[in-house]
Structures are given as structure tokens and as C-alpha cells.
Design a protein around this ligand. Structure first.
Ligand SMILES: [Fe+2]
Length: 264
């Protein structure tokens, strides 16, 4: 998702920066492994069509983790509608904001396995351990408007145990048309910018979690954590992967890696 074209990615405008009253691991965890919250926390945005609906078939999500390094990501399994190889690559270009004449470039830059992964189950959101996250998704900033292949990256900079400074950038492929870049930038700001609609949904929960963790009950209770660790045999690309939204091996590996670093 980061190295699809020779000309590379371009940062659209200035980064946004703001503070969240939550520990940095909460948003890193959220981006790395929390598909559950979308249908509830962002339910109003999905109902308005600003976020794509994902409750049709939960198995369309693949949760992938890197147990050794703690990285986590999520892929979306796209429906097989019998498209030709050319159509699949053209769809991947549209989804990633790559100009359609970039199809040839994709084929030359990616291995057959990487290209197959890109066209059938592209990465949508994730966290590169420990505090770098990314989101690439078709989003709308206007009801009934066109979807934009929004792409944002962010860094969760710890400021205090209960406070994080967020740095957020909008990205586009450098060769993309100016109109598309403009739409991608606007969409990122309106959805996942500092006052973006989706960002406010998430921030409300993160700050509530922080308050709960620091409360009397939160400091006394234990959580029984029972993730699946074995990878689904249908997954042929690197990492441990489970089809479907359940199974918190991503969070487990993220926090296990964090614990390992603290104890080293
Ligand atoms: Fe969210």
C-alpha cells in the first residue's frame, strides 16, 4: 500500500496535530485490531453512507498479526464477481487512488503474490508497532457524494500516561490527478481529521476507556483474554491471520511485544 508506484506518495497539505486524553496504546490498539467498534461507534456514519457498510458479511475481514514484532493489520476480502485479471487490477488502482494507467506499474513492481493480495484482500487499517498507524478506505465526506480512496497515516506520541499527541497526515499517490488529491485530502480531514466525524466517535471512546482504566474498578479487575493464536490455513501471505472480526490475536501480540520490551 505504500510502494505501489515509482513516483511514490505525497503528503497533502500540513499535518494535523491534537491532544487526546488517553494512553497512546488505546488508539494504537484501536487501529491495529478493533473491527468490532465500527458498526456501533460509527453506526451513524455508516447509516448515512459516509463509511462503507461492513456488516453484510463479517468473514470479509481478515485479522493479521506479526507475533514476533507486534505489528497488526486488517485486510478486506473483496467479493469475487468473476472479474478478469485486468478488471481486478483496475479496481485495485481505483481503490488505492493509483491512476488507471498505473496498472502496468503495479504489475512490474509487485510480485505475483503481492499483486494477488492487493487485488483480493487489500490492507485497510493497521498499526506498525509501536505507535504508527494507517488507514486506507473508501470514504465519503458528503452524503451521496463520490467515495474517495482516503489514505491517512498517524503517529501516537506519548505525552503522559493518560495523554497522547496525535500527528495525522493525508496521503495520495504523486501521479494522481489534482481533483482526486483534493477530494482525498478533504475526505480525510472531514472524517479522520482533528474534528472529523469518525475521529470524534473514536476519541469519545478512547477517553472514556482511559477514565475507566484509571477508576477504582479498572485498577482492581483482571481481564481474561482468550485469543486464537493459530493461523487460518487459507491464508498464504506472511503473518498469523484469522478470517472474520473475532479473535484478538492482534492485540495479544501487540501487548505481548510491548511487555517483552518493557522487561528487556
Ligand atoms: Fe473508529
Amino acid at each position: 500500500m505504500f510502494d505501489l508506484t515509482a513516483s511514490g506518495l505525497e503528503v497533502l497539505g500540513e499535518p494535523q496535530r491534537w491532544n487526546v486524553h488517553a494512553n497512546w496504546k488505546i488508539p494504537a490498539d484501536n487501529f491495529g485490531g478493533d473491527p468490532y467498534h465500527v458498526s456501533t461507534a460509527h453506526g451513524s456514519l455508516t447509516a448515512m453512507g459516509l463509511l462503507p457498510s461492513r456488516d453484510v458479511d463479517a468473514t470479509r475481514i481478515v485479522a493479521v498479526s506479526d507475533p514476533e514484532h507486534g505489528h497488526c493489520l486488517e485486510c478486506t476480502v473483496l467479493p469475487d464477481r468473476g472479474e478478469t485479471d485486468e478488471q481486478l487490477v483496475a479496481r485495485a488502482c481505483r481503490m488505492h487512488g493509483v491512476p488507471e494507467n498505473g496498472a502496468k506499474e503495479l504489475r512490474s513492481r509487485l510480485t505475483p503474490e503481492q499483486l494477488d493480495s492487493l487485488v483480493r484482500h487489500p490492507v485497510s487499517v493497521g498499526t506498525l508497532f509501536p505507535n504508527f498507524s494507517f488507514l486506507r478506505a473508501p470514504l465519503r465526506s458528503v452524503v451521496d457524494g463520490p467515495y474517495a480512496p482516503a489514505f491517512t497515516i498517524r503517529v501516537w506520541r506519548p505525552v503522559a500516561a493518560d495523554r497522547t499527541e496525535v500527528w495525522s497526515w493525508a496521503l495520495a499517490h504523486r501521479d494522481a490527478p489534482d481533483e482526486l488529491k483534493e477530494r482525498m485530502a478533504t475526505t480525510v480531514v472531514r472524517t479522520f481529521g482533528s474534528s472529523g466525524m469518525a475521529e470524534q466517535d473514536d476519541t469519545e471512546i478512547w477517553t472514556g476507556m482511559q477514565q475507566s482504566f484509571a477508576g477504582v474498578q479498572g485498577r482492581q479487575r483482571w481481564l481474561r483474554f482468550r485469543p486464537h493464536f493459530e493461523s487460518d490455513p487459507a491464508w498464504t501471505t506472511p503473518g498469523v491471520a484469522r478470517f472474520g472480526p473475532q479473535g484478538e490475536h492482534r492485540q495479544w501480540n501487540f501487548y505481548r511485544r510491548w511487555h517483552e520490551m518493557l522487561c528487556s
